[in-house]
Design a binder for this molecule. Structure first.
Ligand code: PEP
Ligand code: MN
Length: 359
């Protein structure tokens, strides 16, 4: 069984953003050993956005993590950003390493680290890059796997934005990790609500949302005195808060063994399949009408795009959406796609590359 698979339970990684002192590390570990935590995290080298901030205690902190393992039996994980971090992780008996968001973004650096991982058997977690690029994320995972690492998992920690008033520190952009899971169904994906929210009050809700969406684990920054943490003070929670969070977390499964519910689900899915078939048939009919309109426009030497008509579609379809209790923005966005395709087809007709289909 893979290092990151836990039958039916979320894989929990907890511990401070940074390993600040021996006391802080051991105090956190003493509290976490009572909880269902699979890995104890502690940042040893911290990638800080600006110079001059606390950049980690380096090798000294590796000694404290070794003590955590020896004293409390907790497995440990650290971030590696350089090949020699991998060597030191092995020397000090670290159990798993992770690549941070600012490393995943750089294929050269990922490759250097992957080369250092060759032949080590260290489990590796790959955080998403700071930008929402699923190929770059998958590419980093591939580099690590090609180095022969068999235990690889992904961590979703949200994506950078430029917006001082934003709700999230790094908005989750859920379609990105969901697309990674679609491409790599075998991959364990762990959510990091600490770096996504950036605010401890929001961590529990986001953790639940990750469970609702089918994520397989959580990485949560935990500190005995979060307000006074040396890094990421606003987002860390106490071990006691983590205990509460884990007790209240509703764990969802992908399948159910309840036969009655399974049958009901199957029936509803069949109904949905036939509604989708109707939706596609209707869109095809709409496109045929659009092409016939294109032919008339061509005969009269009219433009394919008619701003007045588009304004009318936005207004009337938006009102219709309201009456059906559908979000106006959602329907307008859908019509934007349909209208774009209509215009594309009409342009082909105006340019004489296509003939309209007759009814
Ligand atoms: C961290 O986990 O403390 C960290 C620096 O994360 P990220 O790479 O997601 O910013
Ligand atoms: Mn952090």
């Amino acid at each position: 069984m893979s290092f990151f698979k836990t039958a039916g339970k979320p894989f929990i990684i907890a511990g401070p953003c940074s390993a600040e002192s021996r006391e802080q590390v051991l105090e956190t570990a003493a509290a976490l050993k009572e909880l269902p935590v699979q890995l104890f995290r502690g940042g040893v080298w911290k990638p800080r956005t600006k110079p001059g901030n606390f950049e980690g205690n380096g090798v000294e902190a590796l000694d404290w993590l070794r003590e955590v393992k020896r004293t409390y039996g907790l497995k440990t994980t650290i971030e590696v950003a350089e090949p020699h971090h991998v060597e030191l992780a092995l020397e000090y008996g670290v159990d798993a390493v992770w690549l941070g968001a600012r490393t995943t973004v750089n294929p050269f650096q990922v490759q250097h680290i992957a080369d250092a991982l060759k032949g080590t058997h260290l489990p590796v977690l790959v955080k998403n890059p700071v930008n929402p690029d699923v190929d770059l994320w998958e590419g980093a995972i591939e580099r690590v796997q090609r180095a022969g690492v068999t235990d690889v998992a992904a961590i979703h920690r949200g994506f950078s934005i430029y917006d001082a008033g934003a709700v999230y520190r790094n908005p989750p952009n859920w379609p990105v990790p969901i697309e990674l899971k679609r491409r790599r169904p075998e991959l364990t994906i762990i959510c990091d609500p600490s770096h996504i929210t950036g605010r401890r009050e929001m961590v529990a809700n986001l953790a639940q949302k990750a469970m609702d969406l089918g994520f397989e684990g959580l990485m949560i920054e935990t500190h005995p005195d979060p307000e006074n943490a040396w890094s990421d003070a606003a987002q860390q929670i106490t071990p006691r808060a983590l205990k509460e969070l884990l007790q209240q977390l509703i764990i969802r499964q992908e399948f159910t063994e309840d036969m009655g519910k399974s049958t009901e689900l199957e029936y509803l899915r069949q109904l949905m399949d036939s509604v989708d078939a109707e939706v596609i048939d209707l869109i095809a009919r709409r496109m045929q009408l659009s092409e016939r309109i294109g032919a008339v426009k061509k005969d009269c030497n009219m433009t394919a795009y008619q701003p007045e008509r588009w304004r009318d579609i936005v207004a009337t379809r938006g009102e219709h959406a309201d009456r059906q209790q559908l979000h106006k923005d959602f329907i307008v966005a859908l019509y934007q796609l349909i209208h774009d395709e209509s215009i594309r087809r009409q342009l082909e007709i105006l340019q004489g590359t296509t003939k309209p289909v007759k009814d």
